[in-house]
Design a protein around this ligand. Structure first.
Ligand code: ADP
Ligand code: MG
Length: 721
């Protein structure tokens, strides 16, 4: 690099922020406290919002009772002590149309901040006091006496001693030193073709446009480019990681359409949905390749994922390998085991170990509840290859479990499994790596999946098997507590519950979620159980299921419910995932406003599993706007993918990114919510670029930037390997 060549982001990262004119010792400490050490940190510290000077209301036009944002100049400010030793600051401000009084309580520093002649934009609700216009505790943004029409407002931290205005000045200086005519300019690492395709401005213009725009239109053009850049870097890393694994791992080539598979299809009691056909074909294509599959199967509750899993496992068996299915709980493992045996009943496989020709296809169950002798038998048969499929819980990945040849692994309800556990299971295979299918019943939005699971391939089961009666969802706006006189429609609800039981159906009652303590939650469930038994559901057979019961008692209760010996199961959320009792048609959720959208949807999915019409009752007040929005969403839709989008809107992306993204999230500007379209475009662009140039050798500037943003070991793996 010569001293006149344009700057890279790495160059900016190497320049300490305290070298900047105007950043003294104090401010530099404040910046460090806010995580800003280099010019790169500073230039990617983006404005929170913008003020358009020309769009501000004028004091003369303010209307009492409405919110408004006004550009004002301070006339005078003063403070005094009021009752309780609190400080009240009074600030009189004006524009050329009138005067306004601002009052601040317990913000003594406002007197200093808002000295005479300071220019500021204030935002708040307009009131009056003694006939004068007033705002109490408005939001204040200092705008200084700069000219520009658009003013950038930065996230500021009073504690760090930095105002938005400090940032405006530091950024002006950074841009002046960086961009022409006084600076060397910035290298643009995006391929020309991408700039053309998306009509992006170059990097210098983008940073200038986001920090010092002349118009809001310029901001949006700049933002579009910078958002793409962040998402593109992230997708490049994910796609490269995926390709790197594919290049280094050796997998098995499975037979995907042999006689076993054909017999299995022939004996199915129903036709596959077209979504099942499509996903099975996607999986089959993976299985037939010598590269290990890493695929995520997203499907709503009841969309028929088990069948897709079984079809995948059969491919292993067809080639004389073995398959394993791992479930998050013993109840679910047992349920899967029973279901899979039913689906595979009567199928046989060639038996080289005997001279008797074929033997029945063998499916075993291995959990912590398997007795020791049974366990020994299963383990030895697995090692000898006499067992074809094994269903289990975490017990499956314990050290002593060995397969003769593990071909395909299916992991159900992935969110309860860690990455390490997955790795451990894959290490079970002695030679080539098994193919892995991860299934999840908690759909997340497509674009979020591209980010969170960007190193996996994703298949989506977006169609329900035919013949289901849709579940009616009803919201009873009443307190979930059963104290005192129940409101009328709560009465009505229990009445309907009794009627359904009279018709031979079964009912779940889910007790309030108490995050703080399982003990409290159980206590509350016990109280509700007793109350219902004594009053609302007297004469019915009611059982209780909660997380603090011994495993054996839990099973006994669950089994009794499954056999129909219990009419009603009062439970905490232990029943959330996967439990399948087709005769249950009523789901009552108490204090439903406390649950998240995904959880409510999962709970509702426990009913509507057969031809009987089902109903889900949500009992709860919309105490908070979010609580109300969640309940409305659940009432309004039974589509898990649609609900996932709403959930993303309500909660933001933090919760979705969660664990997998910890420490590797360089999204400062992009939002998975606002920028959904860009995620997909960035992924596509990343795939195309890596196809052309797998190691980014022809795009060394991009490669260098990835290195800057990735963890060192990740960079090493992706770029040096
Ligand atoms: P999930 O995706 O929630 O795991 P399951 O695999 O448990 O769903 O399937 C739900 C129910 O739908 C099961 O009773 C299953 O037998 C049934 N099912 C699956 N596929 C079909 C189909 N193509 N046609 C009819 N019923 C189906
Ligand atoms: Mg399932």
């Amino acid at each position: 690099m010569t001293s006149s060549s344009p700057l890279t982001l790495a160059d900016l990262a190497a320049l300490d922020v305290d070298k900047l004119k105007g950043v003294g010792e104090k401010k530099s400490k404040g910046l460090a406290k806010s995580g800003i050490n280099s010019l790169l940190d500073l230039i990617t510290h983006y404005p929170r919002r913008y003020i358009d000077r020309t769009k501000q209301a004028r004091i003369g036009e303010l209307v009492e009772g409405e919110e408004a944002s006004v550009l004002v100049r301070v006339v005078r400010s003063s403070s005094r002590r009021i009752r309780g030793g609190r400080v009240m600051v009074n600030v009189v401000v004006a524009d050329d149309s009138g005067q306004l009084e601002l009052t601040f309580f317990n913000q003594g520093w406002r007197e200093r901040q808002l000295g005479a002649n300071t220019e500021a934009v204030v935002f708040g609700k307009v009131g009056t006091f003694r006939g004068k216009l007033q705002m109490a505790n408005p939001v204040v943004d200092l705008v200084g006496n700069k000219t520009g029409k658009i003013i950038a407002v930065y996230p500021q931290s009073e504690k760090a001693g930095l105002s938005s205005w400090d940032y405006v000045e530091f950024l002006a200086e950074t841009l002046r030193r960086t961009l022409p005519p006084s600076g060397r300019g910035l290298i643009d690492p995006l391929p020309e073709a991408l700039l053309d395709q998306f009509d992006f401005v170059d990097r210098g213009a983008a940073f200038n446009g986001i920090h010092q725009p002349e118009s809001l239109a310029e901001v949006s053009v700049a933002r579009r480019r910078l958002v793409f850049e962040e998402l593109f870097r992230m997708q490049l890393a994910l796609v490269m990681r995926k390709r790197a694994l594919e290049a280094t791992e050796v997998g098995m080539e499975h037979v995907v359409d042999g006689p076993l598979m054909q017999r299995f299809r022939q004996q199915l009691p129903f036709a596959l949905t077209s979504a099942q056909e499509r996903t099975i074909a996607e999986i089959a294509a993976d299985l037939a390749r010598p590269i290990p599959m890493h695929r995520l199967l997203q499907g709503d509750v009841g969309s028929g994922k088990t069948l897709v899993a079984v079809a995948s496992l059969l491919a292993a068996v067809e080639g004389r390998h073995q398959g394993a299915l791992m479930a998050p709980t013993e109840v679910l493992a047992e349920q899967h085991h029973a279901g899979i045996r039913r689906l595979l009943a009567g199928l046989t496989v060639p038996a080289p170990e005997s001279l008797l020709g074929d033997r029945p296809l063998k499916v075993e169950l291995l959990t912590n509840r398997t007795t020791a002798p049974e366990r020994r038998r299963i383990l030895s048969e697995m090692l000898l290859g006499q067992t074809d499929l094994v269903v289990g819980t975490h017990a499956l990945i314990q050290d002593k479990v060995e397969f003769s040849s593990l071909g395909v692994v299916v992991i159900d309800e992935q969110h309860r499994f860690g990455v390490e556990q997955r790795a451990a299971l894959r290490d079970k295979s002695g030679q080539a790596l098994p193919d892995v299918l991860v299934m999840t019943a908690t759909p997340i939005p497509r674009t979020a999946a591209m980010t969170v699971y960007g190193d996996l391939d994703v298949s989506v089961l977006d169609e329900m098997p035919p013949g289901r009666t849709p579940i009616r969802t009803r919201w009873v706006e009443a307190p979930g507590s059963l104290d005192g006189e129940p409101p009328l429609d709560l009465e009505l609800m229990w009445e309907e519950v009794r009627t359904e039981v009279g018709n031979g159906r079964q009912v779940y009652v889910v007790c309030p979620l108490i995050d703080e303590s399982e003990k409290l939650e159980v206590a509350s469930a016990e109280t509700i159980f007793e109350r219902l038994q004594a009053v609302e559901l007297k004469d019915l057979s009611v059982g209780l299921l909660h997380g603090r019961m011994a495993a054996a008692d839990k099973d006994e209760t669950m089994e009794a419910f499954r056999r129909g010996e219990l009419d009603v199961l009062v439970a905490t959320t232990v029943i959330e995932v996967g439990v399948d009792v087709p005769n249950a048609t009523v789901m009552v959720i108490l204090d439903a406003d406390r649950f998240g959208i995904a959880q409510l949807h999962q709970l509702r999915g426990r009913v509507g599993r057969a031809e009987h019409a089902s109903v889900c009752w949500l009992v709860g007040e919309g105490k908070t706007p979010d609580g109300e929005a969640r309940l409305k969403a659940i009432v309004g839709s039974t589509d898990g993918f649609e609900l996932a989008e709403i959930d993303l809107d309500l909660r933001g992306e933090g919760t979705i990114l969660g664990e997998r993204q910890k420490g590797q999230n360089d999204l400062k500007l992009a939002s998975l919510r606002r920028d959904r379209d860009v995620v997909a475009a960035a992924r596509q662009a990343a795939i195309e670029l890596i196809d052309q140039d797998p190691g980014l050798v022809k795009h060394h500037e991009l490669a260098a930037e990835l290195e800057l943003f990735l963890a060192p070991d990740e960079a090493e793996f992706l770029l040096k390997g």
